[in-house]
Design a protein around this ligand. Structure first.
Ligand SMILES: COCc1ccccc1-c1cc(O)c2[nH]cnc(=O)c2c1
Ligand SMILES: [Mg+2]
Length: 215
């Protein structure tokens, strides 16, 4: 096929969503994925849980690992007050390019920084790049094998503080068993599981919320 799935998703947004209206961007993507073509966005069911966790955290600094087309970036950023910043990391340049356009369609480009590259390379540079101490909220939604090394790297770089909340997608499907074992049995974290389904399907999946207890 001439176009890619992210490009087809972006076209659905540009046709069906109202510029500057994040909720219409979210609805357009969910409609596209339900009726036209499945895509690996966190989706509406898990997205509603993501919304609740973000709202109860009231974060000032947010990190997302795994941007894809920017669906969860828009979901999170639309809930943040004006002065906050969201940093999202995407290793695939084509995904990053589509995400920037989706985020711009939602009118949220001034609150988001889309970084292209490997999370393992970028995490150690973030404190200096953005003048931040710790992240109040982290959303893990990239390659499942990187969840555990990346949360350990965030700890080692001092980017988690007491009360920091880490929410991980897909802990059942595709699954992140080593990550789950770590956050559930390590006293540095207080964890809970939110049962849900793989986006736009009836396959079981879920989110794991892990609160850092401090050093
Ligand atoms: C490319 O596999 C797509 C797929 C196929 C079957 C089951 C799950 C997934 C899936 C679902 C997700 O929410 C995902 N989120 C982030 N990075 C992913 O690789 C990912 C994969
Ligand atoms: Mg996911």
């Amino acid at each position: 096929t001439r176009t890619t799935r992210p490009q087809r998703l972006l076209q659905a947004v540009s046709i069906n969503a109202v510029r500057g209206d994040p909720d219409s961007v979210i609805k357009a993507i969910d409609h596209f994925c339900k009726h036209t073509e499945w895509a690996m966005n966190v989706g509406d069911e898990k997205g509603a849980i993501l919304d609740l966790v973000v709202m109860e955290t009231c974060p000032s600094t947010v990190l997302e690992l795994g941007t894809y087309c920017g669906y969860s970036t828009v979901r999170i950023t639309r809930l943040l007050p004006p002065a906050t910043k969201l940093i999202t990391v995407e290793m695939n340049p084509e995904y990053a390019h589509v995400a920037r356009q989706v985020i711009q369609h939602a009118g949220l480009q001034d609150k988001v920084c889309v970084l292209e590259g490997e999370s393992a390379d970028l995490i150690p540079k973030m404190a200096n790049m953005f003048g931040i101490q710790a992240f109040d909220f982290v959303f893990l939604d990239h390659w499942k094998d990187h969840y555990l090394p990346d949360i350990r790297l965030l700890e080692d770089c001092g980017l988690l503080a007491q009360g920091s909340v880490v929410l991980a997608d897909n802990v059942v499907c595709p699954g992140a068993p080593d990550y789950l074992n770590y956050v559930r049995y390590n006293l540095k974290y207080s964890s809970r599981f939110y049962q849900a389904h793989l986006e736009y399907t009836r396959v079981l999946d879920g989110l794991e919320r892990s609160e850092y207890q401090g050093d």
